[in-house]
Design a protein around this ligand. Structure first.
Ligand code: GRF
Length: 219
């Protein structure tokens, strides 16, 4: 089986979407949920689902590198094929990121390369963007800067606020993340030397949610 571990700092709805996809027959198994926030609701979702739930607190470690080595060390015990950052809100030590090169993805709520970092919905509205969305990308040392695999887009509506945009985007994020993990699990998508590869060919543009879902069999 293609084994996945998920990192989350908060609510965990994207993690829950991966569990739902697994139950629906997607060809991957979520082995553990890891968090930097011992009170994260995502941990309760894991416990309820019978998935291993692990939290460490950065406060208990001398620095970022020591914390990341410890938490990713726990993740490594599951020998995952893929690490999924799903609402994991900490910057990760560069050496740790590099040790998972090509085996770690993140979901970020903007149409990257637009708006890396925080407050993405507000920034899209401030800029007057007609389209907003979410991206799933391979994680590299550059924050939210790794090669983008797939994107879901959403039209901005008159009167939208950061909250209404986030609420409309969230169900699209769930589908996007599950479909992308499925494509990786099926061996169809990987990170090559020159970027994302789909079915042996380098992707020139990120996959859309529609093409991503069409390429999967179960979702
Ligand atoms: C999502 O919007 C994701 O794009 C961002 O953080 C949010 C996580 O939500 N990185 P949840 O914890 O999965 O519900």
């Amino acid at each position: 089986m293609f084994d996945v571990v998920v990192f989350a700092s908060g609510r965990g709805s994207n993690f829950a979407a991966l569990l739902d996809a697994q139950r629906a027959g997607a060809p991957f198994a979520v082995r553990a949920l890891l968090s930097d926030k011992p009170a994260a609701p995502a941990l309760d979702i894991a416990r309820t689902a019978g998935v291993e739930a692990i939290a460490l607190s950065p406060r208990d470690f001398p620095d970022r590198a020591a914390f990341d080595r410890a938490l990713f060390g726990r993740a490594a015990q599951f020998a995952p094929d893929l690490v999924v950052l799903a609402g994991y809100m900490r910057v990760i030590d560069t050496a740790v990121v590099e040790s998972w090169h090509g085996r770690m993805i993140n979901i970020h709520p903007s149409l990257l390369p637009k708006y890396p970092g925080l407050r993405t919905h507000a920034r899209a509205l401030d800029a007057g963007d007609a389209l907003h969305g979410s991206s799933v990308h391979y994680v590299t040392a550059e924050l939210d800067g790794g090669p983008v695999i797939a994107q879901a887009t959403l039209a901005v509506a008159p009167g939208d606020t950061p909250e209404t945009l986030a609420a409309r985007l969230l169900p699209l994020e769930h589908r996007l993340l599950a479909a992308t993990v499925e494509l990786i699990a099926r061996g169809r998508v990987q990170l090559g030397a020159e970027g994302v590869v789909l079915d042996g060919k380098r992707l020139t543009d990120p996959l859309s949610l529609e093409s991503c879902r069409a390429a999967t069999n179960t979702l």
